[in-house]
Design a protein around this ligand. Structure first.
Ligand code: SF4
Length: 1011
């Protein structure tokens, strides 16, 4: 009998689900001999999930005598098939590390040491500080006299490390306390993905999923080093390549991704729109688009209103005084019935496709080549291969990550890939789509649960002060359409908002109840409460205390010299983490006398992934359960328990003492104890009374089976409508499912509908109704996603169960956009309906050859005495710096720098530079150099390499260097963060900072001059 290792584990009962095979008549002799040689003999096997990238690799944790003795990849997990990258393979050493925080620590104001404290004392003191600060600074009204019920002097930052359940109770607590300065890692990693993808298709998530990458015929990896940052995504690129796909990497530097692709094309950082704008021109000029798809499913035929124009880099509607566009200038033309006018012949000059053709006419090969530094041959090579997928039987996909998002045009970088995919008919199909590879392990789920100031869970805008009534708020954010063929799913928003309020405030919440609506704090319209602004206000002494969980902003936020100074100004600070990092220990950083730092710091030891239950959502929207394998190390606790206890202690203080507007805290329907699965149920939602829907009776207390059953009359609760359907009376907790069964149709494209659960409604490929023609016949019969058969859809869960367009009762396929079509022309973003090339905020150029507008005219600029910007073409800083992470270290490195094997592989800060630049600067490989900008300087070891080459830009040699951003001063004590030199400039839509392109200079360490 031949058995694989996994098969062996299964049959011998080493795993928790093992079988007694002697009962099946199998001779166990050889197997027992094998087992006795294994360290996991007799161990319990528990399923957990890697806590690093958003591939969400499942792992098997082996536990013996209450201790983790082994961690390995789960062969049943469809994405990794048992593989793990270096980080996943280090999980055991990280969980059992002697560096772990195991007791609550306290640092008194001005003290130079940590003191151990017990939980009771610590939590009581924290509750007291929160309450006192809130009572002191609570604002019932804003300067305009509008009710706002908020506190501005307390912040919360983090965390994409928490589970969905922890995020749900955290969000509820933060809003109950009245906080508006509330943000997490998505702001600085993938915040542009939501507004970019939502503007194109209606939802802000990765359109397909990791396994599906293997179905592509052409893969364009741009703004990502997939092999190192999302290693299991790259496994599926290689699978596609094995089947004949062409895999291309367009990126400033040659990396392990480039090495395994068909070819690599270097590009100057910050010029992706120029590159892709040239591709749009190529598609339109060479008629490479999928004509039926474009006419029927996109808004190509819509007529743009006469107020729209574009001149010399500026769209119409710009208000110079406000520094903003009036988006009404970009509205579509409508007829007397409110229907958008269309010309399906595409002849009208104001048809979207013609306006688009005019816009990108300037993106010719010469101009694109001169700006990007990419040769015309290379441009054409990429355009030809990728645009060959604009046929019904071919699929092309994009993979991107922070290389696109972290720019002052981050949203429009992604939008432009959406335009291309619409033209080529690559949305909704197997092997197509836009694969937004989210950063941290649960940044998808925690974005869904909106640990971000501007949203409530489920992507509802946080109310602003101009909405004093729930009805007004709902009207403003609930779109309407005159077109009966458009589903306009966001028309259901009132049901989701009321169900959320109902789950937060129980009996007080009904559609008519403004009292409940006003328990939620209101922002001032137009005010930005995100990361860069939080630190700016902290620096200006406007923020006094706060909470920071699973986040290391003193390392990972740009312009970290300023961030660290701002952090010094806090009166009190509560942090929860697994290890010490640059933020927990900021008060004793090099060069600082702790006596001068007044902050009272509470550091709470956090349980690690295999020490707790709960779900995370990977980038492909798979909501997956992980089990607690062992008790938390020492006295550490899961963050859900910390949040719930913190809130309940504050609540007890308000119950006893009263205080500023206690209602949102006292009246909250908040759990007394954190228990993950009961929160999963709350997230899903319940019926609050007996109710009949479409002839079926649901009883009070029953789980709501799906979001189509949520109501706006108070009869349902749900902490997040997207997840309604994840926990059902019939199926139980669907995130725990591990059924690999598929129909032959599903198996052909690897849908795995029985493995875990995916939002929405277990749909694996979003917009899949665009993979079929108007009668529901698949465009590509070899890779069918769904098909209309005998009056119903088969295959994946159809994106809207309505019949296909040409059938009776048929609807358009893009159910989440107001008019039912994907949007080539997107009138809703801050910086224009079409992506336009602007130079980064700091650029080596003095002219933008595409227009007279050098930079994004509405980018966010932070102003303070520590926020200097180099001028265009500044001779003092002629080099472009780009930053990145490594396969061995994750994000700020605050966890992975505690892994001995990881640290051995990547031990210190370095800077990659070309041989040409090194020669120019007299730098040798391995020498210590200083990298400096107008914001500061940092030390690194020079890595002189052919992986980076000089670019010829506008006829001149332009150098680019690259640095990882995951090294900091706490350990390994060789090199501090790259963010000491990066810039506080933000995209106008989401304020993501421009990490990926700023101007620096580089010197041998002995030649540095003081700035
Ligand atoms: S870091 Fe990502 S690819 Fe690596 S093991 Fe973890 S989840 Fe998988």
């Amino acid at each position: 009998m031949e058995l694989s290792r996994r098969g062996f584990l299964k049959v011998t009962g080493v795993g928790a689900t093992g079988l007694a095979l002697s009962q099946l008549g199998i001779d166990l002799g050889p197997l027992q001999a094998y087992a006795s040689g294994m360290k996991i003999e007799g161990a319990k096997e528990v399923i957990s999930i890697c806590p690093f990238c958003s591939c969400g690799c499942n792992v098997l944790v082996h536990v013996k005598d209450g201790k983790i003795i082994n961690v390995e990849g789960d062969p049943d997990f469809p994405i990794s098939e048992g593989g793990l990258c270096a980080k996943g393979a280090s999980l055991m050493s990280l969980h059992t590390s002697p560096e772990r925080l195991t007791k609550p620590l306290y640092r008194a104001p001005g003290s130079d040491k940590w003191e151990e404290k017990d939980w009771d004392w610590t939590m009581e003191r924290i509750a007291r500080r929160i309450k006192d600060q809130r009572d002191k600074d609570f604002k019932a009204k804003n300067a305009a006299g509008q009710m706002v019920n908020r506190v501005e002097s307390i912040f919360h930052l983090g965390s994409s490390q928490v589970t969905n359940e922890e995020a749900a109770v955290l969000h509820q607590m933060v809003r109950a306390l009245g906080m508006v300065h509330f943000d997490h890692q998505a702001r600085i990693c993938h915040s542009p993905s939501v507004p970019a993808l939502a503007e194109c298709f209606g939802r802000g998530a990765m359109t397909n999923h990791y396994n599906d990458i293997g179905n592509a015929n052409a893969i364009l990896i741009m703004g990502s080093n997939a092999a190192e940052h999302h290693p299991m995504s790259f496994k599926w690129c290689l699978e596609a390549k094995r089947k004949g796909a062409v895999v291309m990497h367009v990126d400033p530097k040659f990396s392990r991704t480039s090495a395994r692709c068909n070819f690599h094309v270097p590009i100057r950082s910050g010029t992706d729109i120029a590159f892709l704008g040239g591709m749009v021109k190529y598609i339109l000029e060479n008629k490479k688009y999928f004509a039926d798809y474009v006419v029927d499913y996109t808004n190509a035929s819509f007529l743009v209103g006469e107020k729209y124009s574009f001149k010399d880099g500026m769209f119409s509607g710009f208000d110079a005084e406000k520094g903003k566009y009036d988006k009404k200038a970009w509205a579509f033309e409508k007829d007397e019935n409110g229907m958008v006018k269309r010309d399906k012949t595409l002849k009208h000059p104001r048809c979207v496709i013609n306006v688009m053709r005019d816009h990108y006419a300037r993106y010719d090969l010469d101009r694109v080549s001169s700006v990007t530094g990419v040769s015309k041959e290379d441009l054409l090579k990429v355009y030809e291969v990728f645009c060959a997928t604009g046929t019904p039987d071919k699929a092309g996909t994009f993979l991107y990550a922070l290389g696109w998002t972290q720019h002052s045009v981050g949203v429009q970088n992604i939008r432009l890939s959406g335009l291309i995919q619409q033209l080529l008919g690559n949305i909704g199909i197997a092997g197509g789509g836009i694969n937004a590879m989210r950063g941290e392990p649960n940044v998808q789920g925690t974005t869904d649960h909106a640990l971000l100031y501007g949203y409530l869970p489920g992507y509802h805008s946080t109310p602003t002060a101009n909405f004093q009534k729930l009805d007004d708020y709902l009207k403003a954010y609930t779109p309407t359409t005159a077109d009966p063929m458009s589903v306009n799913w966001w028309g259901n928003r009132p049901k989701y908002v009321v169900s959320l309020l109902k789950s937060w405030y129980g009996d007080n919440a009904t559609k008519e109840n403004d009292y409940c609506f006003n328990l939620v704090p209101k922002m001032d319209p137009g005010v930005d409460y995100s990361h860069m602004y939080i630190f700016d206000r902290m620096y200006k002494d406007e923020i006094k205390g706060g909470l920071c969980f699973g986040h290391n902003p003193c390392q990972s936020v740009p312009n970290s010299n300023k961030v660290r100074k701002a952090w010094d100004k806090l009166d009190w600070l509560v942090m929860g983490d697994v290890f010490h990092n640059e933020t927990t220990d900021n008060w004793r950083r090099p060069g600082i006398d702790p006596k001068t730092v007044k902050t009272e710091v509470f550091l709470l030891p956090s349980a690690y992934r295999a020490e707790k239950d709960g779900t995370i959502s990977n980038s492909g929207r798979w909501q997956m359960w992980h089990y607690k394998a062992v008790e938390p190390l020492g006295e550490s606790r899961d963050m859900g328990t910390m949040f719930v206890e913190m809130m309940n202690r504050v609540r007890a203080l308000y119950a006893k003492e009263g205080g500023a507007y206690p209602d949102p805290i006292i009246k909250a329907d908040y759990p007394e104890k954190f228990e993950a699965e009961s929160i999963t149920k709350r997230i899903n939602g319940f019926f609050t009374r007996d109710i009949e829907i479409k002839g079926k009776v649901y009883k009070k207390g029953q789980l709501v089976p799906g979001f189509p059953m949520l109501m706006d009359d108070g009869s349902t609760t749900s902490m997040n409508w997207l997840y309604t359907g994840c926990f059902t009376e019939e199926g139980g907790n669907l995130s725990k499912r591990r059924d690999l069964t598929q129909t032959p149709m599903q198996a052909k494209i690897g849908l795995f509908p029985g493995f875990s659960w995916a939002w929405p409604m277990n749909r694996r490929i979003l917009y899949n109704r665009a993979s079929v023609d108007k009668n529901g016949v698949p465009f590509n019969p070899d890779k069918v996603v769904i098909e209309w058969k005998d009056g119903k859809w088969v295959g994946d869960v159809a994106d809207g169960g309505y019949p296909p367009m040409a059938q009776e009762g048929g609807k358009y396929p893009f159910i989440m956009t107001t008019e039912g079509h994907s949007q080539l022309f997107g009138p809703g973003r801050e910086d224009g309906p079409f992506p336009e090339h602007y130079e980064p905020a700091e650029t080596p150029l003095t002219v933008n050859p595409f227009s007279g507008q050098m930079h994004n005219p509405v980018m966010k600029i932070i102003k303070s005495d520590m926020d200097q910007l180099a001028k265009n073409g500044d001779p003092r800083f002629p080099i472009v710096l780009t930053t990145y992470s490594l396969v061995e270290h994750w994000c700020s490195g605050s966890e992975t720098r505690n892994g001995p094997a990881l640290l051995e592989a990547e031990p210190q800060q370095y800077v990659e530079m070309s041989h040409e630049l090194a020669k120019e600067k007299g730098i040798k490989n391995g020498e210590v150099v200083i990298v400096e900008s107008l914001r500061g300087k940092t030390e690194a070891v020079a890595m002189v390499t052919v992986r980076i080459r000089p670019f010829t830009v506008m006829g001149k040699t332009t150098h680019l260097i690259g640095m990882p951003y995951c090294f900091g001063w706490t350990k390994p004590k060789c090199g501090d963060t790259t963010n000491r030199v990066t810039v506080s400039i933000g995209d106008p839509n989401t304020s993501i900072p421009e990490y990926k392109a700023c101007l620096v200079n580089v010197y041998k360490a002995d030649k540095v001059t003081e700035l």
